[in-house]
Design a protein around this ligand. Structure first.
Ligand code: NAD
Length: 254
């Protein structure tokens, strides 16, 4: 594989597992120094053993103090940050009449506010170097919600608008910002209450058998990583402010 990210420094949030780990692996294999932020210390440490030039940065992204401390440390160590992948997120199913403010605030803090803080705190570094690629991970739940996802969908829908708006702010500085809305991806997040949702009868009958997902299968984290790597690279030179849907066609069917 070529060295698209040689001498590039990339931050990936939620890098300990699932989509974030796949993105960290992909960027690292293509030459990047990857700094992985996650609350799961042990999983991050395990990744360090596999990846060359990988730096583990344990952080609770629900805490601004934690985020600010991590960024200060990273800035002290690295003179440039080329790529920011805002991937960390949590899913919390709850019907709207049962949803409380506490749950709303927690999901918003991790899924949305952390992206806001990472962008606003790292934008000055990218502006000064006149280069940057930002990739925010949203979700197709924002446009085609399942039951009980109002809070999650709101957090992800805001990422579409936030990404469009920062793309305008940052374009004069050579910084491109895009988002990815994954559909149904086979990761630890697709295991709900101990059940892998991609193996249930309903999923197999409706999403696969009846081709609600035209490609008739869940996606793999590596398939999100491939798109993220493009958006994070120099090959992405005329795409900004977009949310790329990567869902096997899920949102094109009724
Ligand atoms: N899996 C899917 O089907 C799917 C679909 C659409 C969007 N997404 C989005 O993709 C992103 C990655 O999801 P995934 O499927 O890999 O999920 P995952 O649960 O496997 O991984 C999420 C990672 O984020 C980390 N994280 C969660 N809260 C954190 C916190 N407070 N501080 C630091 N790290 C924290 C977790 O520790 C974990 O490593 C999320 O934003 C998710 O909403 C996933």
């Amino acid at each position: 594989m070529g060295e698209r990210f040689q001498d590039r420094v990339a931050i990936v949030t939620g890098a300990a597992q699932g989509i974030g780990a796949a993105i960290a692996l992909r960027l690292s294999r293509e030459g990047a120094t990857v700094i992985g932020l996650d609350i799961k210390r042990d999983e991050l440490a395990a990744l360090s053993a596999h990846l060359p030039r990988f730096e583990a940065e344990p952080v609770d992204l629900a805490s601004l103090t934690d985020i600010a401390r991590a960024i200060e440390k990273i800035r002290g160590k690295h003179s440039r940050i080329d790529v920011l992948i805002n991937n960390a997120g949590v899913m919390d199913y709850v019907r709207i009449d049962l949803a409380g403010l506490e749950k709303w605030r927690r999901v918003m803090a991790i899924n949305l506010e952390a992206q806001f803080h990472m962008c606003r705190l790292l934008a000055p570094v990218m502006m000064e170097q006149g280069y940057g690629r930002i990739v925010n991970i949203a979700s197709t739940e924002a446009v085609q919600p399942e039951p009980h996802v109002s809070i999650y969908a709101a957090s992800k829908g805001a990422i579409f608008s936030f990404t469009r708006a920062i793309a305008v702010d940052l374009a004069p500085f050579g910084i491109l910002a895009n988002a990815i809305a994954p559909g149904c991806i086979h990761t630890p997040m697709s295991i709900v209450n101990g059940v892998d949702e991609t193996t249930t009868d309903v999923f197999q009958e409706w999403y696969v058998g009846k081709r609600k997902i035209p490609l008739a299968r869940p996606g793999e984290p590596e398939e999100i990583a491939a798109v993220a790597a493009f958006l994070a690279s120099d090959e992405c030179s005329y795409v900004t402010g977009q949310t790329i849907i990567v869902d096997g066609g899920l949102t094109i069917t009724n």
